[in-house]
Design a protein around this ligand. Structure first.
Ligand SMILES: *Cc1c(COP(=O)(O)O)cnc(C)c1O
Length: 398
């Protein structure tokens, strides 16, 4: 019997899976580092890394070994008990972030939604309302509360939206100041220091510093969503470290488990003081298997100096991309931090993504015109060079 083709699997998938993803007719079967192969044996360079998830590349031997070892010992208990791997991970995350408490979850949306709950609890204890202000073009997930913080296009048809959400344009301090000043209803401000789905947009340093002061002055909880930009992605452990601004709460997920689903939110002891037993929970969150994968991922990032690698390779790659602008004026802007890179085009980037796939490069388009590159933090310079060659070929036809 011959093995199935991409097309055959694509058709079977289409029959069974809820039509929420407009998928490519490509079925991936194995990966190693920044290389990934489909079931017909075609090789790709992975510049998407499962949407900024495979932070140390596919099947890093350390992560594989940690998962195998833990799977043979203990996969799951419950959060009624303590596990050595979860204890080690909690210690690691609080010490890396400088935030004293952590809650482990299974995904990004679950983490941001957790920050909203705990921020509201803090606000209610301090006699404030529960309104959460998010940014224009923000993305915090796809659950009901998290789409209420996000773009209108994700809310259409899913009303009524949960109450208590408002938004202000990103990087516009006066706009948000006006909304919160002397407004006892506001509990929290949530912001991505580097917006991901919104098109790789960097917060201005003076903006985040001003938000910090505003929140201190008004006793509002400042939440950073570092689900995409955290865990080494931008060339430091967290994007906040580039800005020198400490939030009250921070959400993590994506790159945290090296591919195994795990999320986290962290908070200062000030915020934790508002939390009582029973306020929040999760069955799976931070179980021994996920915690072991996360520990191995964080250990790999540290021992292989992958923050520095992301910073240097990211800057080099952005410089190379910018130098393509002369030949291809369709490139409007190259922006990013570390290995979180957006190339804004003068037109929709979807056809470029398709032709990159044909040429053996996995990437994606976000915010319509922005080609997004979020490869593994340990991608090799040689692989980035190859991507530039293939991208140049694709740009000729774009
Ligand atoms: C991906 C993402 C989320 C949602 O994460 P899920 O794991 O898909 O729920 C939230 N915030 C940001 C900034 C993200 O990039």
């Amino acid at each position: 019997m011959s093995s199935p083709t991409n097309e055959v699997l694509y058709e079977i998938d289409k029959k069974n899976y809820l039509p929420t993803f407009n998928r490519f007719p490509i079925a991936f079967e194995k990966g190693q580092g920044s290389r990934i192969w489909d079931i017909e044996g075609k090789e790709y360079i992975d510049m998407l890394a499962g949407i900024a998830v495979n932070s140390v590349g596919h099947c890093h031997p350390k992560v594989v070994a940690a998962i195998q070892k833990q799977a043979a010992e203990l996969i799951h208990i419950s959060n009624f008990f303590v596990s050595p791997t979860q204890v080690a991970l909690s210690q690691k995350l609080t010490s890396l972030s400088g935030l004293e408490h952590v809650f482990l979850s299974n995904s990004g949306a679950e983490s941001t939604e957790g920050t909203i709950k705990i921020a509201r609890k803090y606000a209610s204890k301090h006699g404030r309302g529960g309104t959460v202000i998010s940014m224009g073009n923000a993305f915090h997930g796809r659950t009901l509360a998290t789409i209420a913080t996000g773009q209108k296009k994700y809310q259409k048809g899913f009303g009524p939206m949960p109450a208590g959400f408002d938004s202000a344009p990103f990087n516009d301090f006066e706009a948000i100041r006006e909304k919160v000043i002397h407004n006892n209803e506001v509990a929290a401000i949530i912001v991505e220091p580097v917006q991901g789905e919104g098109g790789i947009n960097l917060a201005h340093q003076d903006y985040l510093i001003a938000l910090r002061h505003l929140c201190d002055e008004q006793n509002i909880v400042l939440i950073f969503d570092e689900i995409q930009c955290g865990v080494g992605r931008t060339g430091k452990w967290f994007a906040k470290d580039h800005y020198g601004v400490q939030p009250d709460m921070m959400a993590l997920a994506k790159g945290l488990g090296g591919g195994v689903p795990i999320g986290a939110f962290l908070c200062s002891s000030k915020i934790a003081g508002a939390v009582d037993y029973g306020d929040h929970g999760t069955t799976f969150g931070g179980n021994p298997l996920a915690s072991a994968a996360s520990l191995a991922t964080l250990d790999t990032i540290a021992t292989e100096n992958l923050c520095t690698a992301a910073l240097e390779n990211g800057q080099w790659f952005m410089d190379q991309l910018a130098s393509l602008q002369k030949e291809f004026p369709v490139i409007r802007e190259v922006r990013g931090l570390g290995l979180m890179i957006g190339v804004e085009m003068g037109k929709p980037a979807a056809p470029l993504v398709k032709s990159l796939l044909n040429n053996g490069v996995v990437a994606n388009a976000t915010a319509g015109n922005v080609l997004r590159f979020v490869p593994a933090l340990n991608i090799k310079r040689k692989e980035l060079e190859e991507v530039l060659n293939r991208l140049t070929t694709c740009l000729h036809e774009f």
